[in-house]
Design a protein around this ligand. Sequence first.
Ligand code: PLP
Length: 400
Amino acid sequence: MDFAADRLLSVASSASEGASQKARELIARGVDVISLASGEPDFETPAHVVDAADKAMRAGQTRYTGPGGTPELKKAVIEKFKRDNGLNYDLSEVIASAGAKNMVFLALMATTNPGDEVIVPAPYWVSYTEMTKLVGGTPVVIKGPENNGFKIDADILEGAITPRSRWLLLNSPSNPNGTVYRREELEALATVVRRYPQLLVMTDEIYEHIVFDGLEVLSFAKVAPDLKDRTLTINGVSKSYAMTGWRIGFAGGAADLIKAMSKVQSQTVGAISSISQAGAVAALMGPQDFLKERSDIFQQRRDKVLARLAHVPHIRCIRPSGAFYLFVECKSLIGKKTAKGITLQNDTDVAEFLLDEALVVVVPGSAYGISPYFRMSIATSMERLDAACDRIIRAIEGLR
Ligand code: PLP
């Protein structure tokens, strides 16, 4: 029996979650798989965060909180935006929800009419286009040159704008290729956005604290303060504080936009976990020095894997400036024959081949709107990354 509503017909399931699930199942069956599929840090949630949640739970903070977050969390979010991003929001301009992912959905659901267009630069995080379709909008995918980290510029953006354009989605540092927009690049985009008053800007800054080579991550609303009321700045505790399972994301934007999003939240998720909110307050208000230490560890891993894969034939790694993924171009693997006699036709085949013959799980680039590539997470120990590189190299050497 087909249970799915029509609106699901064009919506794909999350490829990265699918690949992670496949890896979990294989590992549970005792297969020695190395999963480089997942989008979560391998670090522990800091102990002071766990303690704060434990204390809140024991103090009876186990009831519904107001939708949009507790006053304590909203104040912590305001403080975070001021401290890290130079952005000033008041209480009516911030909202917390069950993850940055849910925040993107709330925003799209609250503002997008059927047929409205959402401009999504590729390669994109798997959920932007699918959530747009879920709410009845139309994703408009654009792409910049690979030699500039696929970043879009003013001309590319302007070429995609129509009277139906509702949102421009920006993600910096980006998933899957770790690109980071610089000040002048954001300023150039802002010049275009200013000319189209119906266009809003959603900036997903979830990887803000994982940035390499001394680069600075800038909020669009800080670079273009006159567009702050047309910008929704999204962030969360998942990646920076290793709190993916706590499901807390937050955003800052114009009071009316936040009100519309709260309305959707109040009729869907309702209040979010009171215990996780207490943990998120501790994360945002507690020590921040470990963020740089962890980012430096990701940079060391990036450098190690880039060095190991630099001379491997048929693949080319794109050097990420942030986040914890390597995006690997694999054009010249297409057409090669595996030991089992299968000809690799596309990057889904490449990902399957790496699973079959290298026991390494990666996510095909097609999930991110660009082929033929694959994404490898570096959010795993140096030893496991080394072992994964050995396996990938061996498997590729065995191709004909
Ligand atoms: N935004 C991007 C770009 C991501 O890569 C992810 C997770 O993979 C999320 C948002 C989800 O964040 P959260 O755990 O806060 O929902």
